[in-house]
Write a protein that binds this ligand. Structure first.
Ligand code: IRN
Ligand code: FE2
Length: 617
């Protein structure tokens, strides 16, 4: 019974924590008027306001404003409001068409029959749209000097100049994944000049979970801060599941269309064809998928390079393509039909996420010929996509020793002409299954610091099983930390504001503010209340770690009172808020601009390029 009681107490504490969070975290929008030649709008740009309490004896603390990924609340069966629909239509460069709506309806009916969806769900409310006569990509607009409402929205979100957004998009150094058929999504940008983003993967292979549960997972991931979500479903009702996810997603959705294509040929890779793949891609474009992983760099002649690897090919998409190439002894149709794929993507504004099908799956395989050959091909494909104004990001490893992490991003920038890098971790050791959110967040922080634009999370279940809700949260929080630490190391403007606010709250024993400013208030409050659950402890000048007599923060405050006087104390508090650095302390050099050379015991980018030349590449 004591055990039961303890468990109940833990549940109560957790519930209290999340109630506390919801009370203090308010999603608000800032209204920004915008006009251009196609229309005038009030852009409602979201942010999270975190309410803070007063500093006793000093005064109020301004609420903290944070980037918001959560989206507005909605009934999942209704879906979100199509925020961008007018912006898209008013440009006058798209047309409505029938598309594959009938397929969708049939698929929906089957899902209802199987009991995975319910009849009340309304499904899509708008016609599929596509470009009429020129690409409708944000890159195309940017290159034609047009500042779109999407760009202004993003600039407000990122707190930067809109010209930076336009010029980074035009140069291909940033992507804004925003399919015209996913008007519900709130525009966001992925590029090294902006806040580092994180992607959470979901979707399952089992047929047991209902579509409602999939939508709930999406909402859960964005609640904790996922900037994009990839739906990697392979089970039944894949089309309808994705439709629900898209209609409910405030963040861009990515997919790997190869998984659905394989489903269509009953998992027999040899039966895949360009035509079948193309139709799958168009189906997903019409639904509104914002970016797609395309493993077009896995060439026939690279497959033998993996023969002596410790872990072979670990990418699912990569292994499917390698299998197809070998069976047919033909070059990959993704590569031979790449230009056609670009033409399709340009019609809907779908961004390429060029897959790292030959990424290393172990430290032993890192930075080998297979990985780097594929990267060279991705560089070539980047230029082909850009020639058609299609947005591109490049997927990266994998498992990589820490000292070669920086080399990987520098090499990607050089070989892929500055296209944004999107990396899976990388994991810095193979030895900690169960903790791979940590082994990989270490590599992710390092690679983010040197300019990786988006980090693909890894959950504690990596290598072990399908992540559940708690694993998703653990993965997202680990990657929030990696992104944020990278932004601070990059000296991104204002990146440290949140640290300063939470440190001030900590020093002033504003416990609730400390919890609410943390990435996971629920856990922070639960840990605190584990030993000091009574309400007055939230104002106490100590916690249970050191007890009342040995709290260093309380002692420091007493020292200040004794020696500093009130004016000096207020000055210290004020300096903490503005982040002013005391005289005589040197700030570290900017790691992005200083040109310290990495000491990697691998080939330099030049040596690798020379080697590729010799190979006839
Ligand atoms: C990200 C960077 N490298 C790989 N990824 C992600 O891995 C990618 O975005 C997608 O979610 C997943 C694809 O896995 P396969 O098919 O390459 O194993
Ligand atoms: Fe792995």
């Amino acid at each position: 019974d004591a055990q039961k009681l303890a468990k109940q107490q833990r549940v109560d504490i957790a519930a209290r924590g999340s109630k506390q969070r919801d009370k203090a975290h308010i999603r608000k929008t800032k209204s920004v008027p915008f006009s251009y030649e196609y229309g005038s709008y009030d852009l409602e740009v979201p942010y999270t306001e975190i309410k803070l309490s007063d500093t006793p004896g000093v005064g109020p603390n301004a609420p903290f404003h944070d980037y918001n990924t959560e989206g507005p609340k909605c009934d999942p069966k209704e879906g979100l409001k199509p925020l961008r629909l007018d912006w898209i239509r008013d440009r006058g460069d798209i047309e409505d068409y029938e598309g594959r709506r009938r397929n969708l309806q049939d698929d929906g009916k089957r899902a209802i029959k199987r009991g995975r969806a319910t009849k009340e769900w309304r499904g899509r409310t708008h016609q599929p749209m596509r470009a009429k006569d020129h690409p409708v990509t944000q890159m195309w607009y940017a290159r034609h000097g047009i500042i779109t409402p999407e760009m202004q929205y993003v600039a407000t979100r990122e707190n930067c100049d809109v010209e930076l957004v336009r010029s980074e998009l035009a140069a291909g150094r940033a992507v804004m994944p925003c399919n015209i058929n996913h008007p519900e999504a709130e525009p966001m940008i992925i590029g090294s000049a902006f806040l580092t983003k994180l992607n959470a993967n979901m979707g399952n292979s089992a047929v047991t979970s209902s579509i409602d549960e999939e939508v709930e997972k999406l909402t859960w991931a964005t609640k904790w801060g996922a900037d994009t979500v990839m739906d990697l479903s392979t089970g039944n009702d894949i089309h309808t599941t994705r439709e629900w996810i898209l209609r409910n997603s405030p963040v861009p959705i990515g997919t790997v269309p190869m998984y659905q294509a394989l489903e269509k040929v009953e998992d027999d890779a040899s039966k895949l064809s360009w035509e079948l793949f193309r139709d799958t891609v168009i189906e997903q474009c019409e639904q509104g998928v914002d970016y797609m992983t395309i493993h077009a760099g896995v060439l026939l002649r690279y497959v033998p390079l993996t023969a002596n690897r410790v872990t072979g090919i670990v990418s699912r998409g990569g292994s499917i393509m390698a299998d197809w190439c070998l069976r047919h002894h033909q070059e990959s149709f993704l590569y031979t039909h790449f230009d056609e794929l670009c033409d399709i993507f340009a019609k809907y504004d779908v961004a390429f996420s060029l897959g790292d099908g030959l990424r290393p799956g172990s430290l032993a395989d890192a930075n080998d010929a297979a990985q780097l050959s594929e990267l060279m091909t991705l560089g070539e494909l980047t230029e082909r996509a850009w020639a058609k104004d299609v947005q591109v990001m490049i997927e990266g490893p994998g498992h990589v020793p820490f000292d070669t992490v920086r080399m990987n991003i520098e090499l990607e920038k050089a070989v892929c002409h500055g296209a944004p890098f999107y990396t899976l971790g990388p994991l810095t050791t193979d030895t900690a299954p169960g903790y791979d959110h940590i082994t990989s967040a270490i590599g992710a922080t390092e690679i983010g610091r040197y300019g990786t634009a988006m980090l693909c999370y890894v959950t504690p279940k990596e290598h072990l099983g399908l992540p559940n809700k708690d694993d998703v949260k653990q993965g997202v929080i680990a990657y929030k930390i990696a992104c944020h630490a990278a932004d601070i190391a990059k000296h991104h403007p204002h990146a440290m504001d949140r640290d300063n606010a939470i440190s001030k709250a900590r020093f002033e024993f504003r416990w609730l503010d400390q919890f609410n400013l943390s990435y996971d208030p629920d856990t922070a409050i639960a840990f605190h209340d584990d030993t000091l659950p009574a309400e007055p402890a939230k104002m106490a000048h100590f916690c249970s770690m050191c007890g009342p007599k040995f709290c260093s923060m309380a002692i420091s405050q007493n020292i200040r009172k004794a020696f500093g006087g009130e004016a000096a104390q207020q000055q210290i508090v004020a300096d903490a808020v503005t982040g002013k650095i005391p005289e005589g302390v040197e700030t570290p050099a900017n790691p992005v601009t200083d040109d310290t050379v990495v000491s990697a015991n691998v080939l330099s980018p030049e040596e690798i390029l020379a080697g590729m030349d010799a190979m006839g590449e």
